[in-house]
Design a binder for this molecule. Structure first.
Ligand SMILES: [Zn+2]
Length: 631
């Protein structure tokens, strides 16, 4: 199934699930049951058949003959088993004992009882910024589950104890038996299938029949259970509200989201800047992350990302709904504006880790520091190398600049190096110089505009506008940058205009694509406008085709992005007297021209016969259109 089909199936199922919740649930459950049977059934069947054979045959034949008879079914059984053998690795993490975190265990126990959740066998502390609950079948496909809660130490460093409670309640909500008994098993079949697919990708030479079944069933079930599991996310959020309070549940959701963004866009980039001077990463990488986790996200960044998160639609790779939808579902119906962020801003005075884990196991942090350092080592070294090279190239360029005047392209290259060596703000004067020399330089306007507004300088908008005016394809990135700047300043109404512009641009691109897709008799055409020397090389290429009689080249008149030209090459094929209009041979010639001739830009090749016959005269009237005629 293509991604597009998958998305449209999910969209249809969403509507269906809302209209007929009961029928939809039944379908998901039935699909899950089929999926499970498909996995387990053959193994059971082989075991049963083998037993029956043994029983029937054992009475009449000798043992070694019996073995001979059983070899074939045993080989088949082995193949089947091998192809569907699914491993469920134990999740990683530091196993917390009750004495190390009595308050955490107490809270977990209370939540478990309240949600009627299953018994928790292991609580694992991890170095990740998240929390999750996982049911691992000890017997693979045959079940017997042990339950793990994984909770990240960075998360405990960012959230207050109440917010941690909300997160854990959400996780338990997934396993709650309060809502429906089938929930847990659908959840598990979904996880099992995901595991099967991962395995199949690792060992592509499995059993053919199973591969086909997997390929058909997996995306289908995945679409069905996707909609189902998104509904479950809302349900899990309701547990968080009941057990930790609406405010805490909302605050936890927002913090998880914003801090994630901050980690990707602020912490890691800033951290790796250290590679400029240090050839090796620092010893205490993980400790640095933990300390940073306690810092609040700056108001500007919060507003910027919150505004973005609220307008984001959910994504099809993640069953978690979009932040705005989740907040709405737990009772913040009107939270659609950045100013609503104030509702949730409260200084965190105590962190989850201090409350739940006052005494951390001493060597744990040390070992995670070592792991993190090893993980980033190569990338750090690479960054250091690039920095050193940039520095050298910059110095070389400066030497050159003393004797000759740098061209605009060289100056742009130099600006790139300056940005790498001295950071983005340092690039501003460089670009201003380029614009003094060439006031319409699109790239210079764009990069300067972005650098300025990132520094909080509003004049950047003007430069971005200039760039977008010169190059319409700069609109999506330019407008997004301006939107983020304005959102950070709480100027949403102004910002919204830029969002609208992005949507209009996208529609225009779509229309432009549509417009260029086909050639019709009713289209308008004009002279090709290609330089004579390029026409000459084109003609030389066309002369190689002995069955080509003539070729006319024109330009299609387009409404959207008229500066992006589209050409049409109308051809006539030589015919022998005994051959009638064989369209097969026509297509062969067209295909060869498409694949072999290099055109100066996007070009449609049409045969000036049948439905396009009338275009012969139309093209003929356009000056200079005939670029080839066979002798
Ligand atoms: Zn969840």
């Amino acid at each position: 199934m293509e991604e597009k089909e998958f998305v449209s199936l999910v969209e249809r199922l969403e509507v269906y699930a809302e209209k007929h919740p009961a029928a939809y649930k039944l379908r998901v459950a039935a699909l899950a049951a089929i999926g499970y049977l498909a996995l387990v059934g053959p193994v059971l069947a082989i075991v049963i058949v083998t037993c029956i054979c043994l029983y029937l045959v054992a009475a009449v034949v000798e043992f070694n003959i019996l073995l001979g008879i059983l070899v074939v079914p045993m080989i088949i059984a082995g193949l089947v088993l091998r192809s569907m053998w699914v491993k469920f690795p134990k999740p990683e993490g530091y196993r917390l004992r009750r004495v190390e975190a009595p308050k955490l265990f107490e809270v977990l126990n209370r939540i478990r009882i309240a949600t009627k959740g299953p018994e928790l066998h292991h609580v694992l502390l991890t170095p990740e910024y998240n929390a999750s609950i996982y049911q691992r079948p000890r017997l693979g496909l045959f079940g017997w589950y042990e339950n793990y809660l994984q909770i990240g130490l960075p998360l405990l460093n960012a959230l207050s104890p109440d917010e941690v409670r909300a997160v854990v309640a959400h996780e338990f909500g997934h396993l709650s038996r309060k809502h429906s008994a089938s929930s847990g098993s659908i959840y598990r079949v979904r996880q099992t299938w995901i595991q099967v697919l991962v395995n199949m990708q690792k060992h592509p030479n499995g059993f053919g029949f199973y591969r086909n079944l997997f390929n058909w069933y997996a995306p289908y079930f995945s679409a069905y259970s996707f909609v189902w599991s998104r509904a479950k996310e809302f349900e899990a959020d309701r547990f968080a509200v009941v057990l930790a309070g609406k405010q805490n549940a909302a605050r936890a959701l927002i913090k998880l989201d914003l801090k994630h963004r901050a980690m990707d866009e602020e912490f890691f980039p800033n951290f790796t800047r250290g590679a400029e001077n240090q050839p090796e990463p620092p010893q205490e990488v993980f400790t640095a992350l933990l300390d940073w986790m306690r810092e609040p996200v700056t108001p500007e960044s919060s507003q910027k990302w919150f505004a973005q998160a609220l307008t984001h639609k959910h994504h099809f790779t993640d069953s978690h709904p979009a932040l705005g939808d989740r907040l709405e579902a737990i009772g913040y119906k009107d939270v659609r504006l950045i100013s609503d962020l104030d509702l949730f801003s409260k200084e965190t005075t105590q962190f989850g880790v201090d409350y739940f884990l006052p005494r951390l196991p001493a060597d744990l942090i040390a070992s995670w520091n070592a792991d993190s350092r090893e993980n980033i080592y190569e990338r750090w070294e690479e960054a250091h190398k690039i920095f050193k090279e940039s520095k050298r190239s910059l110095a070389a360029m400066d030497v050159k600049a003393k004797s000759v005047k740098l061209t605009v392209d060289e100056r742009l290259e130099r600006a790139k190096l300056v940005s790498k060596v001295h950071g983005k703000p340092a690039v501003i004067p460089e670009l201003q110089e380029i614009l003094a020399l060439e006031p319409d330089h699109v790239t210079a306007h764009f990069v300067l505009g972005k650098a300025l507004i990132e520094q909080g300088d509003e004049t950047g908008i003007k430069h971005l506008e200039r760039a977008m005016e010169k190059d319409p394809h700069a609109v999506p990135l330019g407008c997004e940058a301006i939107f983020q700047y304005l959102a950070g300043k709480r100027r949403t109404v102004e910002g919204e205009k830029y969002r609208v512009r992005i949507r209009m641009y996208e529609q225009k691109v779509e229309r432009a694509r549509e417009e260029r897709k086909t050639i019709r008799e009713t289209d308008r055409f004009k002279a090709h406008g290609i330089a004579p020397e390029i026409v000459r090389t084109l003609r030389a290429q066309l002369a190689r085709y002995s069955d080509l009689a003539s070729a006319q080249l024109v330009q299609k008149v387009v409404k959207h992005f008229p500066e992006e030209q589209t050409w049409v090459l109308g051809i006539i094929r030589k015919r022998t007297w005994y051959e009638s209009t064989d369209q097969n041979l026509d297509q062969v010639l067209i295909n060869r021209l498409v694949n072999e001739v290099s055109f100066p830009g996007p070009t449609h090749i049409i045969l000036l016969e049948h439905k396009y016959k009338s275009l012969r005269d139309v093209f003929g009237e356009i000056g200079g259109s005939e670029i080839y005629r066979s002798a």
